[in-house]
Design a protein around this ligand. Sequence first.
Ligand SMILES: [Zn+2]
Length: 449
Amino acid sequence: MTTTYVLRGARPLGGEPADVVLSGGVITEIAAPGAAAVPDDAAADVVEIDAADHVLLPGLVDLHTHLREPGREDAETVASGTRAAAAGGFTAVHAMANTSPVADTAGVVEQVWRLGQEAGWVDVHPVGAVTVGLGGERLAELGAMADSAARVRVFSDDGKCVHDPILMRRALEYVKAFDGVVAQHAQEPRLTDGAQMNEGVVSAEIGLAGWPAVAEEAIIARDVLLAEHVGSRLHVCHLSTAGSVEIIRWAKGRGIDVTAEVTPHHLILTDELARTYDPTYKVNPPLRTAKDVEAVRAGLADGTIDIVATDHAPHTREDKDCEWGAAAFGMTGLETALAVVQQTMVDTGRMTWADVARVLSANPARIGRIDATQGRPVAVGEPANLTLVDPAATRTVDGAAQATASGNTPFAGRELPGRVVATFLRGRATVLDGAPVAAPAGATRGGAR
Ligand SMILES: [Zn+2]
């Protein structure tokens, strides 16, 4: 028996209050408050939720998640990572290819896709590697991954840059055949050899090797020109500098088919945090300056940057609790992304909740070509992939209390606004009362860890 949910007084996209009814996996009714006709079928299992003053968004879609399975199940598994995703309001994630083995064949992407289905928390869409083993020398079997059961449409060597221009050109040409996209991790390797943090005043003062903005910007400039030359679609991962925003703005003005993402952490944190020498703040690309933070916020607000993507990068304590130079790059993000966007963009008046739905759901779904089922409007007849948020709530982030298996959140101890109250995947609650629901129906692995 499936449960019917009646969300009383929810505000779709932050608009006027309404009763929203979810039944049989779809939105069946949106009525004036108090007017929704609750099914009176005696057999129906009906749950009413007081959603007064809560914002109802389409389920969030992450284009950039590291789930670490196969290979580093000590840092995260598909089950634990997707449970964290649901807790953060997500209903779909794209799982990056830098696993062990690398997701560069139909076999590995199908394995990740199946693990996602078994876990049952969110839809898992594997990203395929661009080059064999992320080696940057030979193209992987992009067509076989696209034709596989996982239907891969996003290809990335993320963690590494496809720095060879010939390979990048071939990848861009190849993915056109199946409407795929190459998602570039823009990092010129020669300019970042040994780099530890943003190159600037702070790196000079504290003596860590600098990572110049131009190492990112030079690759983005090259790749938008390559995308224009071959008439293909390019996505730029985790853009982090003011100059990168300018290049994307220029490229879009020219009509180049490019999209760009920014991470939550690049919307709020700066390289000043490196003064603590706390490797929690070590991330790739590095935290930049306050001027860059302002530029990426402006770029997100004016549409130059299309999406927010978490780059959720869980690491074990052993890989993070060491001196800065030896620590792994990366921070977790699935359970704090929406709160950071609320704090930096909504509570500052720069974006509406409808804009949030665009950058955290509709646009990433469209870029990943999963927009037939995800990132849909909140409307009758649409799949009930939804997240219900209480924007007035606040919480202090506790890394140990999160659903992710790794504790490397940069927001531990910080107070952040908003709380994900409920998440629905095709009408089934994966999160209720702010907590993941114990065992998703149909899950064979569950969320246990
Ligand atoms: Zn990356």
